[in-house]
Design a protein. Structure first.
Length: 233
């Protein structure tokens, strides 16, 4: 009888520790190799990753190791789980959210699960160099259409929201960077000395932008548009 009780107790102990052990034994991949994470652009400065997780999709455990900035494109209901821990409470991701993370002091291993009925769409850019590039970005503080949303040792970012018919005064981009479209629609971009350029960008698209360009924008559509622009440091 004592032998049976001892075996039963050992079985309970194994059952209690086995799930945690199984979780820490899972395969972990770099973030750019995770399911639904597609690297779509790379240069000397950054790697852009298009993250598109369908309803019910699960990324599997993946690892972040450097500095990165993400821009959320669509509203979605997500659940996060750190490796070796219980899943966190579901959270609602809102369009246009800009987030900077520095994973160099402590790499992060986690997975995300889409619990909702809408796609989780996020554009992530990862810095390829451990140090800044020595660029001096513009200010844009005197241009009311631009709201600064990020400024640190690596990058400066602004949000631009234009109602139908509204224009943004000219700015001169002083450092290389890019534009991420949160809410797309017809626009016209004007560069001095060049013909006006009509565009119709879609949500989730992005464009690399070189330094030294002066430009203004005008919303020529019937709905508001929203971009996030960044200049590197």
């Amino acid at each position: 009888m004592k032998h049976i009780v001892a075996v039963f107790v050992m079985a309970l102990v194994f059952a209690a520790v086995h799930p945690a052990k199984a979780q820490t034994d899972v395969q972990v991949v770099p973030v750019i190799q995770a399911p639904y994470h597609l690297p779509v652009f790379k240069n000397d400065y950054i790697t852009m990753v298009n993250i598109y997780i369908p309803p019910g999709g699960r990324t599997g455990f993946h690892k972040h190791t450097g500095e990165a900035v993400s821009v959320n494109i669509e509203a979605s209901d997500m659940k996060n789980q750190e490796l070796g821990e219980q899943p966190e409470a579901p959270s609602r991701n809102q369009p246009g959210r800009v987030t900077y993370r520095d994973y160099r002091p402590k790499p992060r291993i986690h997975q995300e699960i889409n619990l909702g009925s809408t796609v989780f769409h996020n554009v992530l850019f990862i810095f390829n160099s451990p140090t800044p590039g020595g660029f001096a970005p513009s200010s844009r503080a005197d241009v009311t259409a631009y709201e600064q949303v990020l400024d640190n040792a690596r990058v400066r970012g602004w949000r631009i929201v234009l109602a139908p018919g509204q224009s943004a005064a000219p700015i001169t981009q002083m450092a290389p960077g890019f534009r991420i479209i949160v809410k797309g629609g017809p626009i016209v971009e004007s560069v001095p000395g060049q013909p006006e350029r009509a565009m119709d960008p879609r949500s989730g698209e992005f464009y690399w932008q070189d330094s030294g360009v002066t430009r203004s924008l005008r919303n020529t559509g019937s709905t508001p548009i929203e971009f996030v622009e960044f200049e590197l440091k």
